[in-house]
Design a protein around this ligand. Structure first.
Ligand code: FES
Length: 143
């Protein structure tokens, strides 16, 4: 009985591992925004508007169409490529305003909290997300 329980636990663990790794890979593989290498670091003492939950900033330059950084709460950030996921052009950029982003071309709206999902179309896919980590008062954004 103990042997079956141990193996059952191991099998469940393995299944969970494969499921999680396939989900996380999907996010990157399924991105429709052209891949551009990103590795930047922001000094959070300089970008102090990112200390307010609900605030967002736009960084022109990195990524495909620039990067939007959203502050969920101090120490917790999400970063997205500003390219709209409908026409996928560096000129159709999502303009951030707090927690919301609006496409400058056809007006699709995205919510920057919880994954950058569209709340109003025509866009149907979420914004391309980048990895973030906070190290010694700096926010690192990378892919
Ligand atoms: S390009 Fe963004 S909604 Fe049309």
């Amino acid at each position: 009985m103990r042997f079956q329980a141990e193996n059952g636990g191991k099998i469940l663990g393995l299944l969970l591992f494969f499921l999680l790794s396939s989900v996380s890979c999907d996010k990157e593989q399924n991105s429709i925004i052209p891949y551009v290498p990103v590795s930047i670091s922001l000094n959070l003492n300089i970008y102090n508007e990112l200390s307010v939950p609900g605030n967002s900033i736009f960084l022109p330059g990195p990524g495909f169409a620039g990067i939007i950084v959203y502050c969920e709460m101090p120490g917790s950030y999400t970063a997205y490529d500003a390219a709209c996921t409908y026409e996928i052009s560096p000129t159709c950029r999502v303009v951030n305003d707090g927690v919301q982003g609006t496409c400058s071309c056809c007006g699709s709206q995205f919510i920057l909290m919880g994954g950058g999902y569209p709340t109003k179309g025509p866009a149907a896919k979420p914004l391309q997300q980048y990895h973030t980590s906070v190290v010694n008062g700096s926010l690192r954004i990378y892919n």
